[in-house]
Design a protein around this ligand. Structure first.
Ligand code: THG
Length: 367
């Protein structure tokens, strides 16, 4: 069997050995790292997330740290959401666009102090982007990627597990709020957040040499609740309507098309990258929309390829950008990126390889 090994261009997660020990069976490339995407038992992994608690290596969610007198200014210039009221100790979900108004990331922004922020990024090189914009605008900031690696604890029992390790104070953390913590000398940040709608926390490891220690502390503490390994679930995130930047978006996608319009503030000043283009896009009318797709045939199962063509008769009306068998829907479901002249309830054909499947458009989220 061929191998893809860690090398200087493929950085190693501090939890790598731990996930190998847990029996990881598949990885996906993300931010020049490998993200575990399967531990070989999809049903058990989904059930843990829905009914118990699941432990994820999401160190691929890299942090871009911005420090300095102009840090707040730079973070706002990079973000099409108004950040003037962001509070110290709270994160915010923020679309980032290029000068065309095309979505280039959807990070969680964490404000640590007035002059210090983290952008907790998806799969794109925002470190380079932030440095380029800062230099162009002559801003007084320092930008780096700190030694920080998030682990997610997700599911209805996540709070009990995290409280058993760090104390009951974590139960009082509101959504997206974070606080520093420490266990056995391991420096951490704990936030109520994570890429699922089943509740939970993200623990940002701030010392990459202590990854296995942290993994084992959480694993042992979670045993009474049946904790086990998992990863951002393609099934649950589709059911819950969570966007995957780079999966559900292409090189033309703007935030209005993928349900992020509520996080866009068009009256931000003109200097914000992409804001002028977004005003024009809005004025001209948005051409595509993200909707749910439910397949008629209950036997239908997802295939390999993505971005299947969606048609009405012979007319191409868009694409299906992701799909999964949904236990809760009892059907194959997915997201469509389709023309705005289609509406919820419309029947469509999804063309997958040689097959044509009948499906119906519906509102997102599914649940
Ligand atoms: N956690 C952290 N960093 C991340 C992710 C994460 N960086 C990369 C990637 N995931 C960014 N994408 C998302 C997508 C959705 C959410 C968070 C990050 C999310 N959305 C909620 C929703 O859509 O309902 C809440 C948004 C809101 O209303 O504020 O949580 O998972 N650290």
């Amino acid at each position: 069997m061929a191998e893809i090994g860690p090398n200087t261009r493929l950085r190693v997660s501090p939890f790598y050995e731990a996930t190998i020990g847990e029996g990881v069976t598949a990885f996906s490339p993300y931010n020049n790292m490998l993200m575990p995407v399967s531990f070989g038992d999809a049903d058990a992994e989904y059930n843990r997330l829905m009914n118990g608690v699941s432990q994820w290596d999401v160190s691929v969610e890299r942090q871009v740290e911005i420090i300095g007198p102009d840090a707040a200014r730079l973070v706002q210039l990079l973000s099409v959401r108004d950040l003037s009221k962001i509070e110290v100790g709270k994160g915010k979900y923020v679309p980032m666009c290029d000068h065309r108004g095309v979505l280039i990331n959807d990070p969680v922004v964490l404000k640590h102090e007035d002059g210090r922020f983290w952008l907790s990024i998806g799969d794109n090189n925002i470190l380079m982007w932030a440095r380029a914009i800062a230099a162009e605008r002559g801003l007084d900031v320092n930008i780096c990627e700190p030694d920080v690696s998030p682990m997610a604890i997700q599911g209805p029992k996540a709070e009990d597990v995290v409280a058993s390790v760090f104390g009951d104070w974590v139960r009082a953390l509101k959504y997206f709020w974070f606080a520093p913590a420490e266990i056995n000398g391991i420096p951490l940040i704990i936030q109520r957040s994570g890429y699922s709608k089943q509740g939970g926390f993200e623990i940002y490891l701030r010392d990459g040499t202590r990854g296995i220690d942290l993994w084992n502390i959480i694993k042992e503490a979670g045993e009474p609740w049946g904790i086990g390994p998992g990863n951002p679930s393609p099934i649950e995130r589709i059911e819950s309507g969570l966007l995957s930047y780079g999966g559900d978006t292409d090189d033309q996608t703007n935030p209005f098309e993928v349900r992020l319009g509520k996080y866009v503030d068009l009256d931000l000043d003109d200097e914000v990258v992409g804001i002028q283009a977004l005003r024009q896009i809005k004025a001209e009318g948005v051409k595509r929309q993200q909707v749910g797709i439910v397949f008629d045939n209950p036997e239908c199962r997802p295939g390999h390829a993505i971005w299947y063509a969606v048609q009405q008769g012979d007319r191409g009306v868009g694409h299906m950008t992701c799909g999964a068998w949904s236990p809760r829907a009892g059907a194959m479901i997915g997201f469509g990126l389709v023309h705005t002249d289609l509406t919820v309830g419309d029947e469509v054909d999804v063309v997958r390889g040689g097959y044509v499947d009948r499906a119906r458009l519906c509102e997102l989220p599914f649940f």
